[in-house]
Design a protein around this ligand. Structure first.
Ligand code: NDP
Length: 500
């Protein structure tokens, strides 16, 4: 679609696009074993897009068996790295050439603005798959520095069958963060997208087959958590679960592992990221814009959202009007309109959950200074306006729990030490940001904050080359970067004794 495309152009495409509604197993689109389906509802206007196959334990059994057969055959797992590279680069090309279709499916399915689906999500999906395709024939095994009477070779081998379970906020991007490295090193993958957003993952499976990925190497099972996610987590022939989602469900996967075959688990879970504004930050306008976008981007449905604004009392009076002005410019609109910057919440359940948190904030004594209400109700969709609380204490529910909506909690502090203490007073440790003009302060505070990523004078910056993941109950294991390759492989030492 041209950069001049209008809401009418995107709406026309949305009306024409094929909605994938079946599971993808062993190279084919198939109904679920029991023939059951679930309604896939568009949060834009509440309409049913399709009845999608609801996979359950039987489908999981079939998909895992097919994935195992493909793995053991060696057709992918033992293919030369440059052959896997060829297929992944072709897949990245196909994602690019189907970018409009994938973007419109993403927006219809989960409500994010089309300009984000097209400009950010799908672009990054292609970039991620390309990155791991390009990487895989540049990774060497090792020879250990032993005595001269031996050669000890240390190989990295694929794990086997990897189960990937992903959330709905960046449906295809989260899936590609798992698929890119897991497939590149030779695993077979059984992917369970979130029930709220299965469409792009299903479409990607077809594109992967077109790119030349052998049947069984990528299986996609739409379905809900208890129906499809749990049997995948408990399956004894799955070697690893790679998960992005809530901390609560992440803990379930640890349990499933212990109750079954001790499969590896990698967890990217929730966050409650502090966005710290220190008094020596002189560009308060830039900080305010970043703080607003840091929490309202993607409707606040972002694991690393800067949902706690930790602001120093010395600059607070100057900062807050700038923040509110930036927030007021972010207005909910039709997600298919390229001018829209705030789309729909993913569904009615999440909308109610966020509104409940807004009620709790008020009931516990925080001051609601912007927003707080559901809007665009005439559309039949699910929209909440940007919401800001002031005078929040860090022990209030809205400062402790992940809201996953457009709600910012402002906490005032009187010193750098207090800012660090508040930033770290959370069970999460995914991300944080600091605004300061002092390089000394930046280093000191960045080191003191316990989080997987700390931004200085920016927010949510990064690219595929830098790792992503959290400390504490934000999980463990890293997505993105070359480090992600490590978790999808195991080390094998082959020790050869040499005769003199
Ligand atoms: P959930 O944890 O509810 O779901 C994540 C996935 O787990 C979905 O596919 C879901 O299936 C599945 N699932 C749910 N219940 C079970 C179960 N009992 N057994 C097995 N699988 C299950 O998260 P959301 O989809 O609601 O996504 C939001 C969460 O994801 C937030 O907490 C957010 O912080 C986190 N997240 C973390 C990121 C990170 O990188 N750290 C990035 C993005 C999001 P279904 O929904 O179909 O029932």
């Amino acid at each position: 679609m041209a950069s001049t495309a209008t809401v009418d152009d995107w709406s026309a495409l949305a009306g024409e696009v094929d909605i994938p509604d079946r599971a993808f197993i062993d190279g084919e689109y198939v109904e679920s074993a029991g023939g059951e389906t679930f309604e896939c509802v568009s949060p834009i206007d509440g309409r049913v897009l399709a009845n999608v196959a609801a996979c359950t334990v039987e489908d999981v059994g079939r998909a895992v068996a097919g994935a195992r057969t493909a793995f053991e055959s060696g057709v992918w797992s033992q293919a030369a790295p440059k052959e896997r590279k060829r297929v992944l680069l072709k897949l990245a090309d196909l994602v690019r050439s189907h970018a409009d279709e994938l973007a419109v499916l993403e927006t219809l399915d989960m409500g994010k603005p089309i300009r984000e689906s097209r400009r950010t999500d799908i672009r990054l999906v292609a970039e991620c798959i390309q990155y791991y395709g390009e990487a895989v024939d540049k990774v060497y095994d090792e020879i250990a520095p032993t005595a001269r009477n031996a050669v000890a070779m240390i190989y990295r081998e694929p794990l086997g069958v990897v189960g990937a379970v992903v959330p709905w906020n960046f449906p295809l991007l989260m899936a590609s963060w798992k698929l890119g490295p897991a497939l590149a090193v030779g695993n077979s993958v059984v992917l369970k997208p979130a029930e709220q957003s299965p469409l792009t993952a299903l479409r990607l499976a077809g594109l992967a087959a077109e790119a030349g990925l052998p049947a069984g190497v990528l299986q996609v099972l739409p379905g809900d958590g208890p129906g499809a996610g749990q049997p995948l987590g408990l399956h004894r022939d799955v070697d690893m679960i790679t998960f992005t989602g809530s901390t609560e469900v992440g803990k379930l996967f640890l349990r499933y592992s212990g109750e079954s075959n001790m499969k590896r688990v990698s967890l990217e879970c929730g966050g409650k990221s502090p966005h710290v504004i220190l008094p020596d930050c002189h560009d308060l306008g830039a900080a305010a814009t970043a703080a607003a976008w840091g929490v309202f981007y993607n409707q606040g449905e972002v694991c690393n959202a800067g949902s706690r604004l930790v602001v120093h009392e010395q600059i607070k009076d100057e900062f807050m009007p700038l923040l509110l002005a930036a927030a007021e410019r972010i207005v909910a609109g039709d997600p298919l309109d390229p001018k829209t910057s705030l789309g729909a919440m993913v569904d009615e359940t999440q909308t109610r959950r966020v509104l409940d948190y807004i009620d709790k904030g008020q009931n516990e004594g925080a001051d609601l200074i912007l927003g707080g209400t559901r809007v665009r109700t005439d559309t039949g969709g699910f929209y909440i306006e940007p919401t800001v609380f002031d005078h929040v204490r860090n022990d209030m529910t809205i400062a402790r729990e992940e809201i996953f909506g457009p709600v910012l909690s402002t906490i005032t502090v009187g010193s750098e030490d207090e800012a660090i203490a508040v930033a770290n007073d959370t069970m999460y440790g995914l991300a944080a940001a600091i605004w300061t003009d002092s390089v000394d302060t930046a280093h000191r505070v960045a080191r003191a904050i316990r989080a997987g990523i700390v931004w200085v004078n920016t927010f949510d910056a990064g690219d595929i080359s830098s790792p992503f993941g959290g400390f504490k109950q934000s999980g463990f294991g890293r997505d993105k970067s070359m480090h992600a390759l490590e978790k999808y492989t195991d080390l094998k030492t082959v020790w050869i004794g040499l005769r003199d």
